[in-house]
Design a protein around this ligand. Structure first.
Ligand code: ASP
Ligand code: MG
Length: 449
């Protein structure tokens, strides 16, 4: 068995759905379960409609209605027309409710965005059936996707690991191709929840891991995970192989190819994840697994995170006093501020955080035990790769920074042993990433792993 997941742009309209059916058809003998996102930008459009209902008391989902009705028409799916009309009707009644009471709780928001995936799987399954596949649409919550009640960011419950295979494996054995909603689940009270934006990746990896599938294919609109952000670097290349830990790191540091939590289920079971391009099916894509293939490049990718603030904290107490770091971190924790990078010495600690935080309160409290300097306008540049070779990577990276005259202001080697990160001025970040990319990927190669 395999799991095939198609994102919004892969199922954006009738012609994209035809293309998806071609991809699925070629792999029927591998017994696929298919996970789908909402069509195109439907999730965004639903959120916009909710906003309009909430703020202006207006109901307008014409765009969402039109896309789904036209797709049904273009694919000549008369049998499913009634189901789609019923869902669209329920959706507009829900929006009228929001417009009337002018209230949108996180629970209602999840109920509202769930329509995107519920519509897309019904249309796709009806189409796949019409061309001779034994496909059937399912809402993930009917196949064991149980979550907590942390609406908009729900976590799946442990029970899901047993219930999902109990529901899906008999379907696969019976030669059914289940077409399952990504992104959504239900809590113990029976309310619909969502797993966070982009959460369909996690739905797919969860099914694959829980059912012990041979692999999960995540079909996107890019050639896999890239060596850098293509908006910053022109000459990026797809990365052939990365480990789960590296992929998770990449998801966090700006390469928004996969949902950050999507690696977790497959990491547990060692299920390989393949990232493929539905617009370019012959591209090899990126393979994510526990052990990296021999002969992979030592550096897999370079990323950057912008709008970062650096805080230098120097203890005003005597050397050797204990508890200083604990106190510093507890002040950040108390103010709900999440820290990205840390570097320490005996009497000082430098940390980085997102520039969006208001630091007034933290500065006041830290000021009682330390002198504090806040430096804004920074960026984190991260080199993801085999940190066992860190001396070589650092030597090359620093030489490059020196050559382009960019001072490195703080460095940290992640405990996950997959990244080396350092701080530069945000204005110099793009130049730094480009120079590093040329050195690590275009210039003379480092010896392979
Ligand atoms: N449709 C949801 C979103 O756009 C989930 C997903 O696509 O993975 O975030
Ligand atoms: Mg989407």
């Amino acid at each position: 068995m395999i799991v095939m997941k198609f994102g919004g742009s892969s199922v954006a309209d009738a012609s994209r759905l035809r293309h998806v059916s071609d991809i699925v058809k070629t792999q029927l003998e591998k017994k696929p379960a298919v996970v789908l996102s909402a069509m195109g930008d439907t999730t965004d459009h639903l959120l916009e409609a909710a906003d309009l209902a909430l703020k202006e008391g207006k109901v307008d989902v014409k765009g969402v209605e039109k896309l789904h009705q036209e797709t049904v028409k273009a694919l000549k799916l008369t049998a499913v027309q009634k189901d789609i009309a019923a869902l669209l009707d329920e959706l507009s009644r829900l929006l009228s409710g929001i417009a009337l009471i002018r209230e949108l709780t996180p629970r209602t928001k999840d109920y509202l965005v769930s329509f995107g995936e519920r519509l897309s799987v019904r249309i796709a399954a009806a189409f796949f059936e019409s061309i001779g596949m034994n496909a059937k649409a399912f809402d993930a919550f009917d196949l064991g996707f149980l979550s907590d009640s942390n609406y908009t960011q729900a976590e799946l419950l442990k029970e899901s690991w047993d219930i999902i295979p109990g529901k899906i494996l008999p379907l696969i054995k019976g030669n059914v191709v289940p077409i399952v909603t990504g992104f959504i689940a239900k809590d113990s009270g029976g309310s619909i929840t969502t797993l966070g934006r982009g959460g369909s990746d996690l739905s797919a990896t969860m099914i694959a891991a829980a059912c012990k599938a041979d692999e999960v294919q995540v079909w996107k609109d890019v050639d896999g995970i890239l060596t850098a952000d293509p908006r910053i670097v022109k000459n990026t290349k797809p990365v052939g192989h990365v480990t789960y830990a590296e992929a998770a790191e990449l998801a966090y540091f700006g390469a928004q190819v996969l949902h950050p939590r999507a690696m977790q289920p497959c990491m547990k079971t060692g299920t390989p994840v393949l990232v493929k391009n539905s617009y370019n099916i012959n591209a090899p894509g990126t393979r994510i697994e526990s052990v990296i293939a021999k002969n992979s490049p030592v550096v897999r990718a370079i990323t950057s995170k912008h709008k970062v603030t650096l805080v230098d904290i120097v203890s005003t107490r005597m050397l050797g006093q204990f508890g200083f770091l604990a106190e510093v971190f507890s002040i950040f924790a108390k103010n709900s501020i999440s820290i990205d990078m840390v570097a320490t010495s005996e009497v000082s600690v430098s940390i980085t955080l997102d520039a969006a935080y208001d630091l007034a309160e933290v500065k006041k409290e830290l000021g009682k035990i330390a002198s504090v300097e806040v430096k804004t306008g920074k960026a984190i540049v991260s080199i993801i790769g085999n940190v066992k070779r860190s001396s070589e990577i650092l030597a090359r990276a620093f030489r490059t920074c020196q050559l382009i005259g960019v001072p490195v202001q703080m460095i940290s080697q992640g405990a996950s042993k997959v990244n080396i990160s350092f701080i530069v001025n945000d204005t110099e970040a793009a130049e730094t990433v480009n120079a590093l990319h040329i050195d690590f990927f275009d210039a003379q190669k480092m010896d392979q792993d």
